[in-house]
Design a protein around this ligand. Sequence first.
Ligand SMILES: [Zn+2]
Length: 160
Amino acid sequence: MSEVLNISEAEWEVMRVVWANGESTSQQIALVLNGKRGWSQSTIKTLIGRLTSKGYLQARKDARRFVYTTHLEEPESLKLEVEGLLGRICSRKKPNLLAYLIENIPMTAEDRAMLMDVLQNKQVVAEVPCDCYPGQCTCHLHASGTILSNHSYEENTHEN
Ligand SMILES: [Zn+2]
């Protein structure tokens, strides 16, 4: 089963508070996000409401207020988000993206050693196949045998 998260950038801010603090009241969430983003109590209540109806937050009544928890785990959710992002680019371009990330992410000597160890043990292939739908990347311009070859691409361009 390929799971896809449906969490907006704003909703992600709420999830981070709940992941960091565990059980959280809307007041606790509002305190953090009013400070960080200047959001009002009602904006935050709306975001909490959406996350609750999507099943990402669970509400429990505790005395006179609601306490929110989540079954989603932060590392697993991050992985799904990253996989969603990687699904938007050609497999052949992923190593370049990775190099960009490595250049731009601050890291310690230990972090670098860990990454070098991962690279050292990385299994390589002779060629990475393009996994894009024809017309959504430039790989077809350099290869024949795809549905959208140079020839048919030009024909289509002339028709329009
Ligand atoms: Zn491609």
